[in-house]
Design a protein around this ligand. Structure first.
Ligand SMILES: C[S@@+](CC[C@H](N)C(=O)[O-])C[C@H]1O[C@@H](n2cnc3c(N)ncnc32)[C@H](O)[C@@H]1O
Length: 403
């Protein structure tokens, strides 16, 4: 069985999914079960063209994949391309950003590089009129279908064009999310901002022409690549760093140059321009800063809040003697600080009856799985071991999370 709908031109195959017959097929695949795909496809092909059945099954699969980003309810009504699901902003992050635009008074916005419409949808739901532009005719057809499926057609106009040829003047704001995939034979991620499509330098110029703008970039963007007139914000969701956003114009004036925002919440930590924190011995508490805090280089701000110090000048673990809860870091109580030694760890875990071992590492080459295999934890207790460096020396810290 072939489930590849690419036998016809992808755009016309997608359009057929929007016809009554395509919709009827998608309705039949609402509770799509990958384990029964062959049987389902065979049955559906008795009454429908094979190519359309394949396209509907591919769409059902994409909807399942998209549920993690868009929620099951929206994903079941939306349409996706494989690249579009991968590249779309997750709904929680898009909604947060859209809320910021709305709070800044934005009522109309040009979304340059809209893809399947993840951001355009969140912006429209925040009450903003959106011109959504993409050069891919298929992405545009999908974005348009999504606006319709979610009842947002009045607020989203989709235009198929190269963004470098679009006049975005007249809008309150510009948002751009350049494509960052295509390296390594078309599949890998691109790390050089000038290799984005369109290149970051083009997007920065477009942002500067607008009264207010935001550019979504990879969270690994080096701080030196952040333009002087931009305010950079690193965003994590549920502890995973999702993106960095460069804000321009009215959104950057008076704003701290760097901030970290943690979702859900949101909780935002602003740069206070603090110098590196001092280093000192491991105390009773160890704080593991959120990834957005680390990417934003705000570990010093967290250390100051908890009255802490670094365990090593090159490692983003903060320690203190007294527990001070903070939303910007996960705190652990440390019970043992020992030079790194697998045998010693094994003996200690046996002595404590630790059967559930969480391995965390920073500044250590040891593979957590390999370590777990070697120490063979067994017993009713649980513990966390940190493999790291303390004042340059390979060290293991044993502890448990503080709530
Ligand atoms: C990262 S995706 C956008 C995802 C979108 N923000 C979302 O949440 O669904 C980038 C998009 O940029 C489009 N693109 C790349 N270069 C472009 C250009 N020069 N003009 C218009 N679109 C372009 C690609 O076709 C792709 O759909």
């Amino acid at each position: 069985m072939s489930t590849n709908p690419a036998a016809g031109d992808p755009l016309s195959v997608f359009r057929r999914l929007l016809t009554d017959e395509g919709q009827a097929l998608l309705a039949k695949l609402r509770s799509y079960d990958p384990g029964r795909e062959l049987a389902v496809a065979t049955r559906l092909r008795r009454d429908h063209p094979a190519e359309l059945v394949s396209a509907a099954i591919a769409q059902a699969r994409l909807r399942q994949r998209a549920a993690a980003k868009f929620g099951a309810g929206d994903a079941a009504r939306m349409y996706f391309t494989p690249d579009g699901v991968e590249q779309a902003t997750r709904a929680s992050v898009a909604a947060y950003r859209a809320g910021r635009f709305a709070a800044l008074g934005v009522r109309s916005l040009a979304d340059l590089c809209c893809g399947n419409g993840g951001d355009a949808i969140a912006l429209a739901r925040a009450g903003i009129e959106v011109l959504a532009v993409d050069r891919s005719p298929l992405a545009c057809a999908v974005a348009r279908a999504n606006a319709g499926a979610l009842g947002l057609s009045d607020l989203i106009e989709v235009r198929c064009a190269d963004v470098t040829e679009v006049d975005a003047s007249g809008f309150d704001a510009v948002f751009a999310d350049p494509a960052r995939r295509g390296g390594r034979g078309g599949r890998g991620r691109i790390f050089d901002p000038e290799a984005y499509s369109p290149p970051l330098s083009w997007a920065v110029e477009a942002a500067r022409r607008a009264p207010l703008a935001a550019l979504k970039v990879a969270p690994g963007i080096p701080h030196e690549a952040v333009p002087q007139d931009a305010a950079a914000q690193w965003i994590s969701d549920g502890g995973d760093v999702k993106e960095a956003v460069l804000w321009f114009g009215a959104a950057s004036r008076g704003a701290p140059r760097v901030r970290a925002t943690l979702l859900p919440g949101p909780r935002t930590l602003d740069s206070a321009g603090l110098p590196d924190p001092p280093c000192g011995p491991v105390g009773r508490c160890l704080y593991e800063p959120d990834g957005a805090v680390i990417r934003a280089h705000l570990v010093a701000e967290v250390a100051e809040r908890v009255g802490g110090r670094l365990i090593d000048p090159t490692i983003a673990y903060v320690t203190s003697d007294e527990y001070r809860p903070t939303p910007y870091a996960t705190a652990y109580e440390i019970t043992d600080t020992l030079p790194f030694n697998v045998k010693r760890l094994k003996a200690l875990l046996r002595e404590r009856g630790v059967g559930t071992l969480t391995v965390k590492k920073r500044g250590s080459a040891v593979e957590p799985e390999e370590l777990r295999r070697k120490v063979k934890p067994s017993g009713p207790e649980s513990a966390t071991v940190f493999l790291t460096r303390v004042a340059g020396a390979p060290t293991m810290l044993l502890g448990h999370p503080l709530r």
